[in-house]
Design a protein around this ligand. Structure first.
Ligand code: NAD
Ligand code: UDP
Length: 316
């Protein structure tokens, strides 16, 4: 039996968000009692189905965690706006949730003697000069550019997490590479939800820069299996999780136009400042420590996400 199954108590900060809500579902399916805490700044209560094992707490994690006293076995700290569009509209909120918010989550895990997982990101590598990116690479981050509110806050959260670990907390870091799937917000601004929704509406797909920049795109189910494996493992990480595919943004646009059967064309716009040129995870550590191997092809993942957005558009 796994460590976090029937009867275990799991806390998910950012539980009403894209990744958080899939983690909530996964641990409910394993028979856990789950608390999702969220202030809905980028998530939605609609992502959480009613379930007898689920407690939902509306709160700002940066201000504190007003939670039931009963101890948690596992704390998953996933609250944080994560789209480059949010870096413009919610920069202070991002800095706070990945500093003060991280301390609140760490302190709760410490109080409870819980396992703790921090959602870090490939953004800690900045615009990487090493390719693909192994966990040992320290990155190439502009400390005060437009993405720094996110990149540096996540680097701070990593430092805080490993500081608590050195003081005895059973803590781990997962570095997540671009992940997509059902429950992405249509107006989230990230490349896949944006391109799918433009394609479904028959509008042009905006490409920032040349479209030759790359991303590895990971389907949510693969990410969830990697995160649960890391939680079970007792490993500290940091561990990269993501996909084996590396596609140019132009490839992503063409594939989405083809899979939606859309007549949309692409439209070129100026590049985003500090936009990373190439990004792909070195997955050797995830394979070795967690037996991680992504299973979903990018076409299958995109088709399922397109179906989700089609249904969403048809729902009044
Ligand atoms: P998301 O925006 O869908 O989810 C974030 C959730 O956190 C939302 O429900 C939001 O309302 C909530 N939240 C934000 N600030 C909060 C606060 N102060 N108090 C309470 N709730 C708050 O984004 P996501 O893609 O699901 O990302 C989840 C986590 O994974 C984030 O920490 C993000 O940095 C990390 N991550 C995601 C990706 C990705 O590709 N999706 C990549 C790397 C890292
Ligand atoms: N991008 C784009 N058009 C969009 C959204 C994103 O060309 O509508 C590009 C963006 O410039 C970047 C890549 O797609 O090079 C991935 O962007 P996203 O916002 O999804 O996440 P990032 O990996 O930059 O955090």
């Amino acid at each position: 039996m796994g460590k976090f199954e029937n009867g275990s108590r799991v806390l998910v900060t950012g539980g009403a968000g894209f990744i958080g809500s899939h983690l909530v579902d996964e641990y409910l399916a394993r028979g856990c009692s789950v608390t999702a805490v969220d202030n809905y700044c980028t998530g939605s209560p609609k992502n959480l189905a009613s379930h007898p094992g689920l407690t939902v707490v509306e709160a700002d994690v940066s201000e504190g965690l007003p939670l039931p006293e009963e101890p948690y076995d596992l704390v998953l700290h996933f609250a944080c706006p994560a789209s480059p569009v949010d870096f413009e509209t919610l920069p202070v909120e991002i800095l706070k949730v990945d500093s003060a918010g991280t301390f609140h989550a760490l302190d709760r895990a410490k109080r409870d003697g819980a396992r703790f997982l921090m959602a870090s990101t490939s953004e800690v590598y900045g615009d990487p000069q090493v390719h693909p990116q192994p966990e040992e690479y320290w990155g190439n981050v502009n400390p005060n550019g437009p993405r720094s509110c996110y990149d540096e806050a996540k680097r701070f959260s990593e430092a805080a997490t490993f500081t608590y670990r050195r003081q005895g907390l059973d803590a781990a870091i997962v570095r997540i590479f671009n992940t997509y799937g059902p429950r992405n917000r249509p107006d989230d601004g990230r490349v896949i939800p944006n391109f799918i929704n433009k394609a479904l509406a028959g509008e042009p797909l905006p490409i920032y820069g040349t479209g030759e920049q790359t991303r590895s795109i990971c389907y949510i189910d693969d990410l969830v299996s990697g995160i649960t494996a890391l939680a079970e493992s007792g490993e500290a990480g940091p561990v990269n999780l993501g996909s084996v595919y590396e596609l140019t943004v132009k490839d992503i646009a063409d594939t989405i136009v083809r899979l939606t059967g859309s007549q949309s064309e692409v439209e070129y716009h100026p590049a985003r400042e500090d936009d990373p040129e190439r990004r792909r995870p070195d997955l050797a550590k995830a394979r070795e420590l967690l037996g991680y191997e992504p299973q979903i092809s990018y076409e299958a993942g995109l088709k399922s996400t397109i179906d989700y957005f089609r249904q969403l558009a048809a729902t009044p």
